[in-house]
Design a protein around this ligand. Structure first.
Ligand code: ADP
Length: 203
């Protein structure tokens, strides 16, 4: 599905460099990749983080699971193959945003390690920050803000991550958020601090 089909194409270098874009924005382009079970809090934390960064005058942009599935990826479902293609496309889009100098915040379950690692491999060192938004399955089922676990348990939703499809947790994420111990605001602040401490919020 993702093989190179077109031939006779070459990457066109522009005359504005990434460094120049970063100077303009006074920040470094980076991808903050949130992964975790449904209802772990990825979207909630991503929204707060985006706003926090805006208040610091930093240009961040969220790429969110359901929103992307309504547009760019509307032709993809939840089979293993479609999940892989979903993540590959998001990865490519996040990479473009990062190259543009923007802080891309992605919130997708992204359950398969090999798919996340493929996105990481496609980026420069330090450009991909994996954030494991951790929650136990029992707590996720208690939260269930969209009623999806209930449907999956009732057999009305097949291949749901954590129920009858696997979630492969990151082994060495750059950031671990333990959402049963940390509220969403503190979690967003933890990520913002990581970005600040490592120099992403300046050119
Ligand atoms: P996801 O994007 O991972 O599917 P959502 O952000 O849509 O998750 O939903 C997570 C739900 O859990 C929200 O209703 C949120 O208010 C709640 N929640 C409870 N504790 C936390 C926490 N510590 N961090 C984030 N969300 C939390």
């Amino acid at each position: 599905m993702s093989e190179q089909k077109a031939t006779n194409i070459t990457w066109h270098e522009g005359s504005v460099t990434r460094d120049e874009r970063q100077k303009l924005l006074n920040q470094k382009g980076v991808t903050v990749w949130m992964t975790g079970l449904s209802a772990s809090g990825k979207s909630t934390i991503a929204c707060i983080l985006e706003q926090m960064l805006l208040h610091k005058k930093k240009h961040a942009y969220r790429l969110d699971g359901d929103n992307i599935r309504m547009g760019l990826n509307k032709n993809l479902g939840f089979s293993a193959e479609d999940r892989t293609e979903n993540i590959r496309r998001i990865g490519e889009v996040a990479k473009l945003f990062s190259d543009a100098g923007v802080i891309a915040i992605t919130s997708f379950i992204s359950p398969y390690k090999k798919d996340r690692d493929a996105v990481r491999t496609g980026m420069k060192a330090g450009e991909f920050i994996e954030v494991y938004v951790q929650v136990s399955l029992s707590e996720a089922e208690k939260r269930d803000p969209k009623g999806l676990y209930k449907k999956a348990r009732a057999g009305q939703l097949k291949g749901f991550t954590g129920i009858d499809d696997p979630y492969e947790a990151p082994e060495k994420p750059e950031i671990l958020i333990e959402t049963e111990k940390t509220n969403a605001g503190d979690a967003a602040a933890q990520i913002a601090k990581y970005l600040e401490d490592r120099g992403y919020l300046r050119e």
